[in-house]
Structure formats: C-alpha cells, structure tokens
Design a protein around this ligand. Sequence first.
Ligand code: CU
Length: 223
Amino acid sequence: MPRTTRFALAAGLALGLAAAAAPAVPGLSAGMAAASAVQARPSESASESASESAGQSATAVIKNTAGRVLGTVRVERYDAKKSRVSVSVRGLTPGFHGFHVHANGVCDARSVDRATGSAFTSAGSHLGPGEHGDGAGDMPPLLVAADGTASASFVTDRFTLEQLGDANGSAFVVHAGPDNFAHIPDRYFHRPDATGATGPDAATRKTGDAGARIGCGIVKVRA
Ligand SMILES: [Cu+2]
C-alpha cells in the first residue's frame, strides 16, 4: 500500500472515530484513535469513515403537558450505522413507560387526540418505516424507579441522526404505560377488525398499548 494511501486511511478512520472516542477517553491521541479504530471496527471501509460528518449529535428536552421539564435525551453517532441514545428523566410514576421516536418535531400539549384523550398528537405517529415492534422509532422502554427517575443508555441501528433531523424533524415521546411492542400471541382473542380476530389488533400494532403521551421533546440535531 503506498504511503499516502495509508495516511489517508488512518486520517479517515481517526476522523470517523473522533466524536465517539473523544468524550469517553479524552486523553486518546489521534494516532492511538486510528489504531484502535482498526481493531474495533475492522469491517468499516475508509471511504465510509471519510464520508461521515464527525461530531454530529442530537438533543431533546422532554417536557410534560404542563411544560415542566422531565429530562433530556442525547443521541450520538456510535458508528456508521448506529446511534447511542442516553436518556435521563424524573418525576414519572414508577414502572415501565413506553419510549419512542415520533415522526414530527412538534410537541404541542394542546393537540389532544379525540379518540384517546392523549396530548402531543402533534408529534405524529412513530418514526418509520416498520410497524410497531419492528419500527425505526421503537426503543427500549424506560424503567422508572420508586423515586420517579429513570436513566438509560443504549445503542440502536433502527434510526440515524440524519433521519431524526429530516424535513419534518422528530420528537422523543414518553408514554403513561408499558409498551408491549405489539407482541400479542395469537391465542389472545379480540373483537374482530381488519386484522382478524386474534393476536394484536390495529391499535396495539400502532402504539403497543403504551397509553397517553405524557412527555415530549423536540429533537435538535447539531452538525
Ligand atoms: Cu409513542
């Protein structure tokens, strides 16, 4: 391999890793970063790294229907295909709460759904593509402790930072109840609808029965 190509390869990898490595290991030099990138992500090509816009991240401040801040979400590029989501909230009822990315970056507490009474319908449906359980906007539910707080950090390849910042934006939404991810076995019967009479019905496949939207945060993507 010519010397110039080797340099370009290392520089490209260092560029791609800079955002991910810098906050976790501040003392890491660019040379070490390039070396560890080769070990950690052997399958990634230099061209992919070079085309990434390093340092991109997104944040959202989640507020309840009264406008009180419940917490924050931060999304960082993890690698070429994945994002790390870090969330911290407080003031919620203990137990599991559905937590999704919704497709519109509008959090209007006064936009109430007539059928369910839920606020924040302005945030639209879940970020697609894919039905609930397999959808881009599906994330692990928040587990709220007895003191009303929840904190979580996870890596997902369901969506990218580019998707979060698309033309109509996106919003992180916290629901009042647990999420079943539309995982309803066929032995459970329900009133017949367009889906047939067993398994998840249309409402469950849409929302995971997580109940009202109690918190909403508009995603702000930073280049
Ligand atoms: Cu939702």
